[in-house]
Design a binder for this molecule. Structure first.
Ligand code: ASP
Length: 319
């Protein structure tokens, strides 16, 4: 890996990263190419870089997170930023402060970058209009989770050498999934074919407008796909009954070796985590060392987030 692979001389044409819909193919390729350099950098270990030295990154999470929060924290620290995690359990939001008040308060402390997760769709975009720094959407309600789609794309591109022309099946609770939405936008932009597979109650109402082929029969939907992307059943976002029972869901939509046999023999198995083993995915499939790239997705997450943080803090981002 050369230093040139980690440099960032050209301005990135976006101030924030709020969703995949606003990114061009060139923007996505640029993020993925820079991320490749950070995969090598992270594997080698060694001293942190100083691309974000003197910069302040605040991670403001109004929803639980394991992978995303940890990897944004690591990413910022490996680039030399001062990273602060705002715990909303103990912050003023619990005392009734509104999202905008919180944003304005943090803004007054002059951070350089805010990484925000919020349970409401659109909340992160709203917040970005009120602050002076770069904002990264780390997941807003059912809307978008752009860095997840980017890390998924990096994982696929490294394994299968391309995105264009691949057929990717996104399976499970599509209706409540920001991961699905961001992946659909990214994969469509990059020229992949996207299928979504779900029971009718878990397909989004406007699925036809998403540019995907929709299936309710999992075996038919998995026929000859290159990638199988499983989604968690997001019960925290369901109001009312979407499923007769978890057992029945697993029977029809849980990924096991028998259903997987419909996909291409070397199809990749992905899951954004956290996994519900025995609900949307069988343990043997999740842990299949030949097919499952679930751990690799986590590794790619740190690299992609380093690239995104660097690209959104341009003035000192050249080092
Ligand atoms: N971790 C992902 C998200 O925050 C997926 C999930 O929670 O199921 O959206």
């Amino acid at each position: 890996m050369t230093e040139a692979a980690l440099s960032n001389d050209l301005p990135f044409p976006h101030r924030h990263l709020l969703g995949m819909q606003s990114l061009s193919r060139g923007d996505i390729e640029r993020i993925l190419d820079l991320s490749e350099g950070y995969v090598d950098f992270n594997r080698k270990g060694g001293p942190r870089r100083d691309a974000l030295s003197g910069r302040t990154q605040i991670n403001l999470f109004f929803e639980n997170s394991t992978r995303t929060l940890t990897s944004f924290e690591l990413a910022g620290k490996r680039l030399g930023a001062d990273v602060i995690n705002m715990n909303t359990e103990v912050s003023s939001t619990k005392k009734g402060e509104t999202l905008i008040d919180t944003a304005m308060t943090l803004n007054a402390m002059h951070p350089d970058i805010l990484v925000v997760r919020h349970p409401d769709s659109g909340a992160v975009a709203l917040l970005s209009q009120k602050v002076d720094c770069a904002v990264v959407n780390a997941g807003d309600g059912k809307h978008e989770h752009p860095t997840q789609a980017l890390l998924d794309a990096l994982t696929i591109r490294r394994r299968l050498n391309r995105l264009e022309g691949l057929t990717v099946a996104i399976c499970g609770d599509v209706a409540h999934s920001r991961v699905a939405r961001s992946n659909i936008h990214l994969l469509n932009t990059m020229g992949a074919r996207v299928r979504v597979i779900a029971p009718p109650t878990l397909l989004p109402t406007a699925v036809a407008q998403l540019g995907v082929e929709a299936y309710t029969d999992m075996r038919a939907g998995l026929e000859d796909v290159d990638v199988v992307m499983m989604l968690r059943l997001q019960r925290e976002r369901m109001s009312g009954a979407f499923l007769p029972s978890v057992r029945e869901y697993y029977h029809y939509y849980g990924l096991d070796h028998e259903k997987l046999a419909c996909a291409k023999p070397d199809a990749l198995i992905m899951h954004p985590g956290p996994m519900n083993r025995g609900v949307e995915i069988d343990t043997d499939v999740a842990d299949d060392i030949h097919r499952s790239v679930i751990r690799e997705q986590v590794e790619m997450g740190v690299a992609v987030r380093m690239a995104v943080l660097q690209l959104l803090t341009p003035q000192q981002g050249n080092g």
